[in-house]
Design a protein around this ligand. Structure first.
Ligand SMILES: NC(=O)c1ccc[n+]([C@@H]2O[C@H](COP(=O)([O-])OP(=O)(O)OC[C@H]3O[C@@H](n4cnc5c(N)ncnc54)[C@H](OP(=O)(O)O)[C@@H]3O)[C@@H](O)[C@H]2O)c1
Length: 259
């Protein structure tokens, strides 16, 4: 199947972007000068704000969304996902295809990103593809209260890291990722994790695909029900493809520095 045409409309029009152009655009500015991890979130939503159709995000994805979703993984040192999304979306191992591996190696990245999962309950199982077929030992971030038997079982197939008492604290996760030299953090959700990351003030960039549908119903929002301060974002890029908008917002720190 041919790739869907994607045009850039902000900051300047550019027609029919190649994968190489898209990767360069998304890579631009995605780093902190002091070496702290840069946190990119990526979500898809309908026009009326639904983040799922029939309980999953996949039904909302358009060809352009899928193209960019796959490309963004190429830029990541670590792909961070909440356990609810891993279970609902049926994640397998985080294994990029050979052409992606070649691109990463040619651009100074590790062959594969690390898959990092966030879970308090640790209802994840060592004998599943996530762990059995992992090209790189996954990371599991959990709490001091995690069930001991699950902690032990998962420790055989992954690095299980305590990063909070009753909830995993996103800032502790980032400290650990930085300690491991994993600075390009790509978070694919879900809403609970995104809400907690927003509340902890760690989101640097938000990539949002707006799919041209109205879904109605009771689908949830992108950021779960976690109290949080509003955070200003600046539109850095907008792409368009057959009615789908792919928006890239970065944190606007002007108010923070002038406060
Ligand atoms: N539209 C999109 O782009 C998009 C993206 C992702 C997901 N989704 C959808 O969102 C839905 C899932 O929502 P969700 O809110 O359940 O997703 P989620 O944030 O991935 O999962 C929540 C679960 O992850 C774990 N978790 C997340 N943050 C944690 C923290 N800070 N500390 C401890 N545990 C944490 C907990 O798992 P344990 O129960 O194991 O403790 C929690 O129950 C699915 O329907 C999925 O399809 C949509």
């Amino acid at each position: 199947m041919s790739e869907p045409r994607i045009d850039r409309v902000v900051p300047a029009f550019a027609a029919d972007a190649s994968d190489e152009q898209l990767l360069a655009w998304y890579d631009e500015g995605a780093a902190h000068s002091d070496g702290r991890p840069w946190v990119r979130m990526n979500f898809v939503s309908s026009i009326d704000g639904a983040v799922t159709r029939d309980g999953r995000s996949g039904g909302l994805g358009t060809p352009a969304d899928r193209r960019v979703f796959d490309l963004l993984r190429l830029l990541a040192d670590v792909v961070l996902v909440g356990a609810g999304t891993v279970r609902k979306e049926g994640y397998g191992a985080m294994r990029l295809p050979d052409d992606a591996v070649r691109w990463r190696l040619a651009h100074g990245l590790a062959a594969q990103p690390v898959f990092a999962i966030v879970s308090a309950e640790l209802a994840l199982f060592p004998d599943t593809a996530i762990f059995e077929n992992a090209p790189v030992r996954p990371l599991v971030f959990t709490t001091a209260d995690a069930p001991d038997d699950q902690f032990q079982a998962l420790s055989a197939v992954s690095d299980v890291v305590v990063a909070g008492d009753d909830l995993v604290e996103p800032s502790s996760v980032l400290e650990e990722l930085q300690r491991r030299g994993l600075r390009r953090v790509h978070c694919e959700g879900g809403p609970t994790l995104a809400g907690l990351m927003l509340a902890d003030g760690v989101i640097d960039e938000f990539c949002l695909t707006v799919t041209p549908t109205l879904e109605g119903g009771d689908a949830g929002r992108i950021t779960g029900e976690v109290p949080s301060q509003p955070q200003s974002m600046r539109l850095a890029q907008a792409l368009h493809s057959e009615g789908t908008l792919l928006l890239r917002y970065v944190r606007d720190r002007r108010d923070e520095t002038s406060a």
